[in-house]
Design a protein around this ligand. Sequence first.
Ligand code: DX5
Ligand code: ZN
Length: 221
Amino acid sequence: MQPTVIAPSILSANFAKLGEEVDHVLAAGADWVHFDVMDNHYVPNLTIGPMVCEALRKHGVTAPIDVHLMVEPVDRIVPDFAKAGASIISFHPEASAHVHRTVQLIKSHGCQAGLVLNPATPIEVLDWVLEDLDLVLLMSVNPGFGGQSFIPSALEKLRRVRERIDRSGKAIRLEIDGGVKADNIAEIAAAGADTFVAGSAIFNAPGSGKHGYAEVIGRMK
Ligand code: DX5
Ligand code: ZN
């Protein structure tokens, strides 16, 4: 199991003050920045692209940027995100014609590669590709929006994927995304996750701003 990572999803941040918001969550103890890219095609929402990633790097963000691509097709945006400073790039197998090729494409651009499983995507999609991955991201909500409730079947899925990762003997992270809160994170960690995305639970925490963020991230850790 890898050391625990808390990755605030900036989807729930105040976009008018994005640089400041990212500085504040990192100062509050966050480890990574989770960067949700939605294209109004693979998912109904429309968010941010490589220019915003690059702007965060220019602003001085040195923490890993964990790019979650909810775009279709996926391959043509990969080089742009690598150039913009992405550290990890994850994608949905449904959005790639050739999953193995997309994994290799991400790595050939110097980034770590992750595969994202929607709540109803069977874990067999990991067959033949697991050992090439740096990260498996399990969705515990349907992708597209922040602030949804954690789908309980994700716990059993976490256990099963944890088993497969352990059996592989590789240092592959197991990330969970959707509905993660301070009061369910212990149960999620016990099921095998080591990397936790949280958007609304952090950015909408009572008394938000620097102190609110530190309080909720501290409780999660
Ligand atoms: C949903 C995104 C998530 C989302 C999580 O498609 O991938 O990263 O921002 O938000 P919360 O933590 O509010 O469920
Ligand atoms: Zn995400």
